[in-house]
Design a binder for this molecule. Sequence first.
Ligand code: ATP
Ligand code: MG
Length: 210
Amino acid sequence: ASTLLQEDVTWSPVDQRHFLQTISGEADRLAQLVNNLLDLSRQEAGLLHLNRAPARIQDLVTQTIERLSHPNVVISQHIPANLPLVNIDRARIEVVLHNLVANALIYGEDEIHISAGRQDDGIVISVMDNGPGITSDELPHVFERFYRARHGYQQHSGGTGLGLTICKAFVEAHGGMIWAESGGRGTTISFSLPLVSPVVTAMPVNTITL
Ligand code: ATP
Ligand code: MG
């Protein structure tokens, strides 16, 4: 914006549009960052409100792949057609999937595989890449706030180290778990979503006893 506002330079409409696109993109990124930080604080205070509704995991995965498609990376998926619906806050789980696939694009190489399947009382969704992986000493830390691994490709990206912390907060708010696996090559990050919403244990304040 300050470059565009310089009084001694006249920019062509094409250049102006280019600057405006950058400003708009960065404003969106900042708004997203602020929203995510607010959601993290809400979750820590136990005040994150979920707007749950039945959703098809297949739809979320297809949408994420469409949004993040990249010419040099093949994103494949394997999701059984009979997977049950899950009762989730769709927007929050979209953020989780988006962050995992975005990481696989940045820190991985040229192949990403997304799978989902039924496991015990829930559904497990995994995002796998064929990048250099995460070393065993760094693996336990990747969900920590602001943590960025020393090895791998992260030095080329301007991430904040909050993406996986946000994923963990949103998945746990749904009563699920998230974990990372990496053995030498490639990384798989998986999360579970329970098929039944956690039981509300608090009694309503105004219960009338007959
Ligand atoms: P952002 O807040 O923009 O997401 P970030 O990507 O650095 O920033 P996280 O998504 O929380 O933050 O990831 C934390 C770190 O974990 C990354 O910096 C990277 O070092 C490592 N990491 C995450 N996903 C992968 C992956 N698929 N392969 C290898 N390393 C990964
Ligand atoms: Mg990230």
